[in-house]
Design a protein around this ligand. Structure first.
Ligand code: COA
Length: 330
């Protein structure tokens, strides 16, 4: 008996990126009608000037479709070429079926493998790591990875410790075969001992029983310490395992958690001034799994990121979980 093993591409690459930005602009002045705060405090503590929430008719599904279509188009492919769809989201309020199965069908990716992952703000990089492995193993040829969130629906708008931070959006990437190395190894991990640091106020059955919603809750200072210590170090390791040096890096696209965290990471990493650093949190807020692809899509659109550039990415958040890799910009 001789089983036929799967056989994949020598290397994988990101072929296209797409972003879906929700229509509703919520500036800090509006935010201060919900919580006792100020534009100055929010900007100084986070860098956020305004954030986006879903408007009329926009959902986590519609944002996913929009971002994925743009990414497939940018990759020069059609939905029929896609054989796997991965969506990272914590805002799809139906446990089954997966959002990915629905989105795959609506995109027209007939018979594609489809599954959701829950890796919060690390979700896009978790998905990219999986996509790279699928392409190199031969389990898939073209994978769409989507990070999509409508955190406004699970954030308590009157909670002073979270309301100003979280936002909505979706971003996507197509990963496919490559003849040359174009994605570094994923560096990822988790620390469930810190599960309570970012979590939900109550499980959904309890929410139903008590007639109260379940919302995101966050111990801000603990997140800050973890992100500026352990995660800054994980970011350095991500660059190291890629085989590149800081001098060879063109772009740094960290999860848009908070500008002060990005600043602290930069101090730790000592990246050269020539590296372009994503700061899309200013306009879009922290939209979790969507933040990295949205930030990268914007850098590509403005011409700050060029095809062939090297890009270091790191996502981190509730779990606690993290994932990062270096990619070549398509
Ligand atoms: C959330 C965060 C901005 C809060 O800042 P902080 O300095 O830790 O806030 P604290 O709760 O210690 O409060 C400090 C002061 O700000 C005030 N404050 C807290 N929330 C406020 C708000 N929304 N608006 C205005 N003032 C606020 C407090 O009352 C306190 O005032 P005092 O010094 O007069 O007593 C900060 O902890 C942080 O950036 N954490 C990381 C969160 C993150 O990035 N999460 C995403 C993970 S994916």
């Amino acid at each position: 008996m001789a089983l036929t093993p799967s056989k994949g591409a020598a290397y994988a690459r990101v072929m296209g990126i797409g972003a879906a930005i929700p229509s509703r602009v919520v500036d800090n002045a509006e935010m201060c009608t919900y919580i006792e705060s100020s534009d100055e405090w929010i900007q100084q503590r986070t860098g956020i000037v305004e954030r986006r929430w879903v408007g009329e008719g926009e959902t986590v599904e519609s944002l996913s479709l929009d971002a994925a279509r743009k990414a497939i188009d940018a990759a020069g492919l059609t939905p029929a070429d896609i054989d796997a769809v991965i969506i990272s989201t914590v805002s799809h309020m139906v446990q089954t079926p997966s959002l990915a199965a629905i989105v795959a069908a609506k995109l027209g990716c007939a018979d594609a493998a489809a599954f959701d992952i829950a890796a919060a703000c690390a979700g896009f990089c978790y998905g990219l790591g999986q996509a790279e492995s699928l392409v190199r193993s031969g389990a898939a040829t073209h994978v769409v990875v989507i990070g999509a969130e409508t955190l406004s629906e699970i954030t308590d708008v009157h909670d002073r410790s979270t309301a100003f931070l979280f936002a909505d959006g979706a971003g996507a990437a197509v990963v496919g075969p490559s003849e040359t190395p174009a994605m570094g190894p994923v560096v990822w991990g988790s620390d469930g001992d810190q599960a309570e640091v970012i979590s939900m106020t109550r499980p959904w059955p309890q929410a139903v029983e008590e007639g109260k919603p379940s919302h995101i809750t966050m111990a801000g200072q603990q997140v800050f310490r973890w992100a500026t210590g352990f995660i800054a170090d994980a970011t350095r390791r991500t660059l190291e395992v890629s085989g590149l040096t800081a001098d060879e890096l063109d772009l740094f696209v960290p999860h848009q958690a908070n500008n002060r965290i990005t600043d602290a990471m930069l101090r730790h990493l000592k990246l050269p001034e020539t590296v372009t650093v994503a700061r899309s949190i200013k306009k879009y807020g922290n939209n979790s799994a969507a933040s990295i692809p949205i930030a990268l899509a914007e850098l590509i659109e403005t011409g700050e990121a060029k095809s062939g550039d090297t890009c270091l990415m790191i996502g981190f958040g509730a779990g606690l979980v993290y994932a990062g890799q270096v990619i070549i910009v398509p």
